[in-house]
Design a binder for this molecule. Structure first.
Ligand SMILES: NC(=O)c1ccc[n+]([C@@H]2O[C@H](COP(=O)([O-])OP(=O)(O)OC[C@H]3O[C@@H](n4cnc5c(N)ncnc54)[C@H](O)[C@@H]3O)[C@@H](O)[C@H]2O)c1
Ligand SMILES: O=P(O)(O)OC[C@@H](O)[C@@H](O)[C@H](O)[C@H](O)CO
Length: 381
């Protein structure tokens, strides 16, 4: 069995590539980073070091690597004979790989079994987004090509920090992982990915993950940044930061329980597990990585505005989320392009314009004025 995986970065090597390898797939990594591709091509194995309780070393073999920027044709040919195509490139990059996947589908034999396409990004409906982009690229050929692929949304969870350059292609990760995949699109022919679980309704899984793990993680990063803390495990164990993050997660937990009918005790236990994961002292994760791309994180259906808007619509309390949004607005790291762009937008736009443009909230939305007030406060330090 063969899998083509776009994005040989942290989660690509430390999670998706590992689980596909463990399930018996030969993985072809496709990336645009020439150094990484050369390192992967030169190696016949890499090690995933799981750190913290229960962590062991896992070895990945049987992979190949192709630079999709320099050798698109080679990637197209790999997709033509693949069983699975996965991505972990970031939600904003999906539109750049869609043309290659469209060409790969066109190169498949008409009688081959459909390839399973799954975007493994932190976003709701990331595979749907990728599919829409592939449809645009396929144009009139889509009627034929659509039979050649099955598209399934997924929720992936494993904390994989930025890696030290000295570790080469080896990856340090936490021991915990979860990969939930929509079952429906496969109509009984799910790919045999043993480490994943297939679910009838992905919505509770992706929302629970994004609005607990990622809302909590980003809150830790932004409150930690304001407190002058660099490491995520130090930030979450700071009593002041930890208390604020807890309050944020109590709000999202109440939302999740109400919206998806989750069991309260189960959600409480899930939340506690996540806070313990953030506090893993062996994981070299930073507020810089976790807070990256604040404009994406402040967008309408993302980890802050998504739950806060839903809570506000139902008349609930989202004070802690509002405070986290206020902290996010102050995240400024020179290496992070979006944090610079956010600072520029805060200069250029008035508070209402910024709120509408960045968060996608309409001025009549019940959350709008509260976010606008946070923006105004940041503009007037
Ligand atoms: N790191 C984590 O803990 C984690 C966990 C779950 C989900 N995710 C999600 O996975 C995605 C990737 O995150 P990451 O932490 O691995 O980031 P990363 O930056 O380590 O990896 C992304 C990789 O994509 C490559 N890339 C960029 N443009 C490309 C293109 N056009 N074609 C092919 N490859 C391209 C980059 O060169 C890089 O190697 C994001 O959506 C993230 O939210 C990350
Ligand atoms: O990848 P992002 O930028 O959406 O979010 C940063 C982290 O919160 C994220 O990568 C987590 O480590 C991961 O989602 C854990 O499963």
């Amino acid at each position: 069995m063969k899998a083509v995986h776009f994005g040989a970065g942290n989660i690509g090597r430390g999670f998706v590539g590992l689980l596909l390898h463990d399930a018996g797939y030969d993985v072809v990594f496709s990336d645009v980073n020439p150094v990484l591709i050369d390192q992967l091509k030169a190696a016949d194995r890499y090690t995933v070091h799981e750190v913290g309780e229960g962590g062991v070393d896992r070895v990945v073999t049987g992979f190949d690597a192709v630079n999709s920027a320099e050798n698109e044709d080679a990637v197209v040919q790999e997709i033509a004979t693949a069983d699975v195509v996965t991505t972990a490139v970031g939600p904003n990059v999906l539109r750049f790989i869609a043309p290659v996947i469209a060409k790969g589908l066109a190169a498949r034999s008409a009688d081959a079994a459909p390839v399973a396409v799954m975007a493994c990004e932190n976003a709701i409906g990331a595979t749907d987004t990728l599919r829409e982009s592939i449809i645009e690229n396929a144009g009139g050929d889509w009627a034929t090509l659509q039979q050649r692929a099955v598209f399934a949304n997924t929720a992936v969870d494993r904390i994989v920090p930025a890696q030290d350059a000295s570790s080469g292609i080896d990856v340090t990760v936490e021991a915990f992982y979860e990969w939930a995949i929509e079952r429906g699109p496969f109509a009984g022919n799910e790919p045999p990915i043993t480490g994943a679980h297939f679910v009838d309704d992905l919505a509770p899984y992706i929302e629970r993950k994004l609005f607990t793990v990622n809302t909590g993680h980003a809150s830790t990063a932004y409150f930690g940044f304001l407190a002058g803390i660099d490491k995520i495990s130090d930030a979450i164990t700071d009593p002041n930061v930890g208390a604020k993050v807890r309050r944020v997660l109590e709000e999202t937990s109440a939302y999740l329980v109400q919206t998806h009918g989750l069991d309260v005790a189960t959600q409480d236990a899930y939340r506690e597990t996540i806070l313990t994961r953030f506090a893993n002292p062996h994981l070299p994760d930073t507020v810089q990585r976790v807070g990256r791309q604040p404009l994406r994180k402040l967008s309408r259906h993302e980890r802050f505005i998504g739950p806060a808007a839903a809570i506000a619509e139902n008349g609930g309390s989202c004070d802690a989320l509002i405070e986290a949004i206020g902290a996010a607005l102050q995240f400024h790291i020179p290496e992070d392009e979006q944090s610079q762009e956010m600072a520029d937008l805060l200069e250029e736009l008035d508070a209402a314009q910024f709120t509408e443009q960045v968060t996608g909230l309409e001025p009549r939305h019940p959350l709008f004025d509260r976010v606008r007030d946070e923006v105004a406060a940041v503009k007037r330090p």
